[in-house]
Design a protein around this ligand. Structure first.
Ligand SMILES: Nc1ccc2nc(N)nc(O)c2c1
Length: 375
């Protein structure tokens, strides 16, 4: 049977682990490395599908935990699946809910069977198992689905992480068995193991043995330092097959994206661009710019003079500052649009640098201008 998801490696960058590729999905083919906007509750906050297309978004995220709780996967299924429900005809990826249970729900109890918890919405007692998560993702109809996993705290003990990795591998196998639409929905395995190289190897070996169409690197961007994240990526991405996509979950800032690409990551997602946009913080080629600061009240330049996005072509810092201060929602639409465009466009620039084998020079110039220092 033809797999729902295929990855084609186009070119490896000469001096790093970076690669140019494309991921083929039932809703289109998209170049990698790529940044995926997050639309947790079936909406990328304040963005219409037309905005997302205009900015070049290919795959967007939604979340099993949230949509199971509200409106319920059966309503989304009756609507014809997430693509119809959201009026979005490009790629959709759903996270499996495990991570959200740990970060959102109260009073949870984890067992071999799954996770018992209380809904963060109304305190209702709920239970999420690998089978339930996969069946919700089947009902939502995303092109790419995540296995149900536990994301242990990065600094947990070796023994706890080892037991967690082994259970996550068993959960992944149960998810593969429960998966009802492998021809149209690609299920990714999620590698765990915190900061322990041997546990990452054990997790990768288990999951690669199950032959998933793609692999996510989980358990990162959970409070560890950038140095720690890069150290884990250094030994984890080479454990994954070259002919499958690698997705680093929950990442991230411009520097983390570039450093992830250098270490062989193809796909990223993070709430950062839309989250900071809501308090008027924007990403520009010269670093972060908090547009609601008084110093921009008569600054009639675009957010980023080097940006060619719709917002930077048509609106000024002074106007956007006014909207944010006046609590006009159009203001956060503009900051959100620009921040998402900034990261999507950054990945396009990185693709060009891989093509030209000068990704390290690009990194140096970008870090210098953005104001990142190495320590
Ligand atoms: N940093 C993150 C973000 C999302 C995640 N989702 C899953 N399912 N697992 C993880 O380890 C994650 C880590």
């Amino acid at each position: 049977m033809e797999p729902a998801i295929k990855y084609r490696l186009i070119k490896k960058e000469k001096h790093t682990g970076a690669r140019l590729g494309e991921i083929v999905t039932p809703h289109g083919t998209f170049k990698t490395p790529m940044f995926m906007p997050v639309g947790t509750q079936a909406s990328v906050k304040t963005m219409a599908p037309e905005d997302l297309k205009e900015m070049g978004a290919g795959i967007i995220l939604s979340n099993t935990y949230h949509l199971w709780l509200r409106p319920g996967e059966d309503i989304v299924e009756k609507a014809g699946g997430l693509h119809k429900f959201m009026n979005w005809d490009r790629g959709v990826l759903t996270d499996s809910g495990g991570f959200q249970v740990f970060s959102l729900a109260k009073l949870r109890d984890i067992s071999e069977e799954g996770v018992a918890f209380k809904s963060h919405l109304n305190g209702e007692k709920l239970f999420l198992s690998p089978e339930k998560a996969i069946h919700v993702e089947n009902a939502l109809g995303a092109d790419i689905m995540m296995s149900f996993d536990e994301c242990p705290p990065f600094f947990e003990s070796y023994d706890y992480v080892k037991k967690s990795v082994e259970r996550t591998s068993r959960w992944a196998e149960r998810g593969l068995i429960a998966h009802q639409n492998p021809a149209t929905q690609g299920l990714f395995g999620i590698v765990q193991g915190a900061g322990f190289e041997d546990l990452r190897r054990q997790s990768a070996r288990d999951l690669v043995g199950m032959d998933f169409p793609g692999y996510s690197i989980g358990g990162l961007s959970v409070g560890e330092s950038k140095g720690e994240m890069n150290r884990v990526l250094d030994f984890t991405t080479p454990m994954l097959p070259e002919d499958k996509p690698r997705y680093l979950m929950g990442v991230g800032s411009p520097d983390a994206l570039i450093d992830g690409v250098i270490r062989g990551v193809d796909m990223f997602d993070c709430v950062l661009p839309t989250r900071i946009a809501r308090n008027g913080t924007t990403m520009t080629s010269q670093g972060r710019l908090v547009v609601k600061n008084a110093k921009y009240s008569e600054d009639f330049r675009p957010l980023d003079p080097k940006c060619d996005c719709y917002v930077c072509k048509n609106y000024t810092r002074a106007y956007i500052r006014h909207l944010i201060k006046a609590d006009e929602t159009f203001g956060i639409h503009l900051t959100s649009y620009h921040n998402l465009y900034f990261l999507i466009n950054l990945m396009h620039q990185v693709q060009d640098a891989i093509e030209q084998d000068n990704l390290l020079e690009f990194r140096e110039a970008f870090f210098e201008e953005y104001g990142y220092n190495e320590n």
